[in-house]
Each structure stands twice: as structure tokens, then as C-alpha cells.
Design a protein around this ligand. Sequence first.
Ligand SMILES: [Zn+2]
Length: 378
Amino acid sequence: MVPVVYHPDYLSYNFGPAHPFSPLRLEMLWTLLEALGYAPDPLRPPMATRADVLRVHTEAYVAHVEATSRGEPLPDAEAFGLDTPDVPIFLGMDPAARTLVGGTLHAARLIASGQALSVLQLGGGFHHAHPSRASGFCIYNDLSIAIRALTDAGLRVAYIDIDVHHGDGVQAIHYDEDSVLTLSLHESGHYLFPGTGFIDEIGEGRGQGFSLNVPLQPFTDDQSYLETFERVLPHALVMFRPDVLVVQCGADAHFQDPLGDLLLTTHAYEHIFRRLKALAAEHTGGRALFTLGGGYDFDATVRVWTLLYLILQDLPLPDRLPIDWRIDWEQRLGCSLTPTLHDAALPLSVSSARRQQIAQQNVQTAQRLMDRISYYWY
Ligand SMILES: [Zn+2]
């Protein structure tokens, strides 16, 4: 079994009922795994310490988060990305964020010490947090703090980000490092937050050639996504020879997601998760840390992360979801839920000419990226 890291206090990371980053997603996921008879027996991580957070974040920023968290917001909070529509302030936000960092860091330490090969952190994935700035629902960058623990142990880390948004915070933090490769596949920053992640962002200094971005066209479908993924990811892993993968498994590239415009179905996610597992087996001896991430349609996000869990644990994929679980959550959410694990509905239809055009643009993007980056590799 792949160890699972989780703490009930993850649910305290809560910006309020109107905010898309809802802790209900985790509660739904957990209750679904229980209803399926596959409830994890999780490892309870310790909360990350202030010193852990300072491995990545600045003293001034952490002091601002702490003051805000105690209900003493400082006048220049917005300069630190706090008290904004994306990152509203709430009492206890510092311990809530540190609890989630603790989970990803605990997973990294299990891998670094050889106690586990592969670990699933059922939370985290705060890829937009910068050293001195909160952004995009992210306060502390659990991913980079965990990556630091892995590189401290002498491991080369390939960070793979399949969230629909560019993993800008993780990229920025490791931009000049040659022991961390960052690879983000996302909807192009021309159309979507945070507006970065273009192919010319390739790293700097010793890090040149170790930052890869695949900006995809809006309405990219399963086939084009998977084709682009295969044109870049396996080659990057052959070149970089990582010791461990760190994977941010955002579910917001799903076609039902209200924030992004990609059209992935659960079938694409099943394929991606199986491929990531196989690529870890091939390139890192199976060493991999998986986190969650974005995902703002309850129905789709919970099914995507259930797929992730079942695939990592080599469990069979059920066709239908337990009816009692579904009725209970339909009543709680006031909306209908898909009765099956895989999608029952189809993404919006795009004309075949437009699909071809999108696929061609994505192939060209991947090709231009590989042409540009291979200069640094060979
Ligand atoms: Zn996202």
C-alpha cells in the first residue's frame, strides 16, 4: 500500500463558504473512500514548524501571515498578497497553512529517509505561493518546502504539475537550481491566471534548461493533452535523471471545472495517473510524492482524486458510486452528482476543425519547447 498522509485539521484551511477552495472537497473525498470500503489508514503528520516554512518564505512574509492569523492585520497586508479576493484573511490561517505544509513535508521525509517509496498527501499542492507573497488561494508553498527536504537529502527532484494553472510559485523558487526540474502543463497564461508559464521561461543561471512549461490552448481535449504530455515528459525525465517525482495533481483541467477552460475527462486523468506511476517506476524506482491541488467542481474533483487514490493503491475502479454517499452529498450541496466514477456527461462539443487546430497548436508548442530546451540539455 502507498502510505497516505492526512490530518483532519486540513479542513481548517477555510476561506469561507463563498470561496472556491472549499474544505468540503476533502471531506467528500474522504467519505467516498470510506463508502467504497477503501478508507485509508492515514499517517498523521506533525505541523510544519516556523523554521520549516522559512526554508522557502521570507521572515517578513511569515510575520505578516502570523499577525493576520492572530487577528492583527498589518497595514501593508496586500503587498504580501494577503486580504485579497483570492487570499482573504481568516483567524488561524497560519496554523492551518502550516498543518498542510506539515503533510507534504512529512511525505517528503518518509521518502528521503527511505521509509517509503511513494506517498500520497491527501491535501496540499499550493503551487502559487511565492517566497514573500500569497497568491491564488495559496499561503505557504508546501511543494517547495518538501522539495527542499528532498534536495537536502541529495535527491534530484522532477516536479510535475498537471493543475490547469501554471505552477508559478514552485517554478520561481527553484528557477536557478539544477537539482530541481519543474515541468508544468497548464492552460496558456494568455487566457488564465496567473498569466505566466510560457515556453521561454526556461530557468536562469545553473537552472537554465530545468524549467519547462507547456502552455496549452483553451478547449484542449483528452487526445491532444495526452499527445503533448508524451512529447515532453518522458524526454525530460530521460534527460534529467531524477531520483524522485513530486506531482501536483490539480483536478481543475477537468471539463466541468468553473475556473479553467481545458476539456479533460476522467478517462484522461486515469491515463495520466497510470502513466505517472509507470514513469516513476521507470525513472525513479517508483519514488514519488503525490499531492492534491486545484479543482473547483465538487463532482469532478472528488471523482478525479478518487481515481488517483485507487490507481496508486492498485485497487479496482468501481463503475458506480455508493448511492447513499451520493444522496447524502446531493442534499448537502444542493446539486446533482454523477452516479459513476467516470464521467457520465461529455465535454462541450468543439467542431472537428477547431479541435484539429487546437491539437496542431499544442504540438507546435511542445516542439518549440523541446527545440529550445534541448540546447541546454545536450
Ligand atoms: Zn489550479
